[in-house]
Design a protein. Sequence first.
Length: 393
Amino acid sequence: MVHKRIRIGMVGGGDGAFIGAVHRIAARMDNGFDLVAGALSSNPKRALSSALDLGIQEDRSYGSFQQMAVNEKKRPDGIQAVVIVTPNHMHFPVAKAFLEQGIHVICDKPVTKDLDEALTLKNIVSESGAFFALTHNYTGYPLVRHAKHLVNTGVLGDLRVIQAEYSQDWLTDKAEETDNKQAQWRTDPEKSGMAGCLGDIGTHAFNLACFISGQKVQEVSADLTAFVEGRRLDDNVHTMLRFDGGAKGMLWSSQVAPGNENGLKIRVYGEKAGLEWSQESPNELWLSVFGEPKQKITRAGHGAGDEANRLSRVPAGHPEGYLEGFANLYLDIALAIHAIEDGKPVESVQGFIPSIDDGIEGMKFITAVLASSNSNSTWHSLNSTLTQPKPNV
């Protein structure tokens, strides 16, 4: 069946916003979406200027997301889905407003600023009947999908060790005291929530470990630090992990590691084999079968599986990366929305699109890590830590 492009609106992501532009590029890449409306800034003049620059008609540039949700629902050509690219503290109220109008939601991570909001949002999603997707974009890389396939098909055997890390250096000095708007809100607990580096990039490493392994984290023992004097949220995280399938793991995330730009890496070791993948070399996956030479699997190359090849746009040797991985997630979201609106089950991409449940697991992780660090790194269960700890630095 040939489908028309899905009509989307965007909240946040106005002029100068990094992640909003990334979402727009990703949504356009496979010609599956049309951006037709927006509440792109809390500043009405900036919102309108940004909308006009993006080709959005003036009457569909809104001064508030509440107005946008109500008005778009009334229009015969109203949006089918909204993309939320605001700071974390606005994710919940924006998602709630659109879900209550029956409009599908595509939300940047983390899902909300705290666990209580995430649990409440799950009920709203269920009651609305609308589709909810969380953009943990690294799950869209072809070789991440292939790594998941290798685990699922038993190539690694029973998993033993899972090592995940995400290292950056952009907050090594006190960037929040400059004109760096990203640094300003990401280190502000009123806007970022109770976690800094942990919520910003640690949740990506956590999500990737769970996505590839197919296991959930049960318990954590953590140590959070704010190395930069006066910083209100953590900028470095060390966490030990116990998974429900028996694997043990470690997670390190840092934004004060000089020489690291975007060092997301994962290593998974089982009784038969191990694998390694790095986001900065995304077209290579290393598979090491015990007792055999190490094997390099390349995107669209020999050894890549059907799921990886489905998401590869160009032949092997032509690099694909961050934007294409993000676009793959949007491709799957489009398939899911079309299936829902055609009254069909979401089968072809089931399990590949991060959901509200994945968002809740991420918030449980943040909550448990903070609680552990607050109590001198004692072990904390993700399923018993349901009260909100204070930020720990």
